[in-house]
Design a binder for this molecule. Structure first.
Ligand SMILES: Cc1ncc(C[n+]2csc(CCOP(=O)(O)OP(=O)(O)O)c2C)c(N)n1
Length: 315
């Protein structure tokens, strides 16, 4: 878990530098400060379980086991990217690791997930699907539609809200009736739980229990994981809408430092071991950057390939 969080953070920090330096085109959102959620989820789920992600989805994919080379090349818009350079930061997908896709349309994972859950149920497999969404997304209709249907049909779906207190520039408190997103579960007759999203073990525990319940056939759960993003909503955000104290609070609750302190206290990690982890991760990331830099852009003639699904029954 420690190495996993270091990988997510280091990847995102490198993305920020590359974006600022003009190497990565387009638009991007990073998840620095929120790593415990991505890693707690990925550790609690089985390899063949599915996740659906958001516009802030790099960390979810890194944690789920996605290739750093493929992801970095995708952010560069290169032909060797996991979506051949056509997805970019907000529409990455890697079905081979169960990452069914990030999505720029808020809360859309909440309505795709019941479909995935229905497929799992009809297939009779023991898998689950987890959809990430933000506190802002929880105020959109698809959240309610998705939770309702998953609850009604007892589908193996986990709804995981990353409450980082902000929907772009709008404060959670100004936009969320009732305050608690977890409490909304009661209206649909399913378990709803608040978790400390800066504690990777707490996230792991909540997701493990929800997954076990879903695998038993008892249906969905809703988990609201509280966290703080350390950086802007998007790269380049001047963050004039929030106080520096909040960022300081986030840094003080750093999920990586927190796990490291626990591991050190238990005698499970020391300075030298941690240094080896950081060094190995840095090497992996530089390899991914070199790969992305050296890769070709997609050929203009391929502009319209990979854009549409081909349904065999329609051919
Ligand atoms: C349907 C829809 N409405 C508005 C937007 C514009 N938008 C992009 S991110 C964002 C805020 C999202 O906040 P939240 O769901 O809390 O996720 P966070 O960015 O905090 O991770 C908004 C309003 C969008 N992408 N999709």
């Amino acid at each position: 878990m420690y190495a996993g969080m270091v990988r997510v953070r280091s990847f995102e920090e490198r993305v920020r530098e590359l974006f600022a330096g003009g190497r990565i085109p387009g638009f991007t959102h990073t998840s620095i400060g929120q790593e415990a959620i991505a890693v707690g989820v990925a550790t609690a789920l089985a390899e063949d379980d599915y996740v659906l992600s958001t516009h802030r989805g790099h960390g979810h994919l890194v944690a789920k086991g996605g290739s750093l080379r493929g992801l970095m090349a995708e952010l560069y818009g290169k032909a060797t990217g996991i979506c051949h350079g056509k997805g970019g930061s907000m529409h990455i997908a890697d079905v081979s690791v169960g990452y069914l896709g990030a999505n720029g349309v808020l809360a859309s994972g909440c309505v795709v997930a019941p479909g995935v859950g229905l497929a799992i149920k009809r297939r009779g497999s023991a898998q689950v699907v987890l959809t990430f969404f933000g506190d802002g997304a929880a105020n959109r209709g698809p959240f309610h539609e998705g939770v309702n249907m998953a609850a009604l049909w007892k589908l193996p779906v986990l709804f995981l809200c990353e409450n980082n207190r902000w929907a772009s520039t709008t404060a959670h408190a100004l936009s969320t009736a009732g305050g608690s997103i977890a409490a909304r579960a009661a209206g649909y007759g399913i378990p709803g739980e608040s978790a400390d999203g800066n504690d990777v073990l707490a996230v792991w525990d909540a997701v493990s229990r929800a997954a076990e319940r879903a695998r038993r056939g008892d249906g969905p759960s809703l988990i609201e994981a509280h966290t703080i993003r350390w950086v802007g909503h998007f790269e380049g955000d001047a963050q004039l809408y929030r106080s520096k104290d909040e960022v300081a609070e986030g840094r003080q609750k750093d999920p990586i430092a927190r796990l490291r302190a626990s591991l050190e206290a238990l005698g499970l990690l020391d300075e030298a071991h941690a240094a080896r982890i950081h060094e190995a991760v840095a090497g992996e990331i530089e390899d991914a950057v070199a790969y992305a830099e050296a890769s070709p852009l997609p050929a203009p003639d391929d502009a319209l390939t990979d854009l549409f699904v081909h349904y065999p029954w329609r051919e």
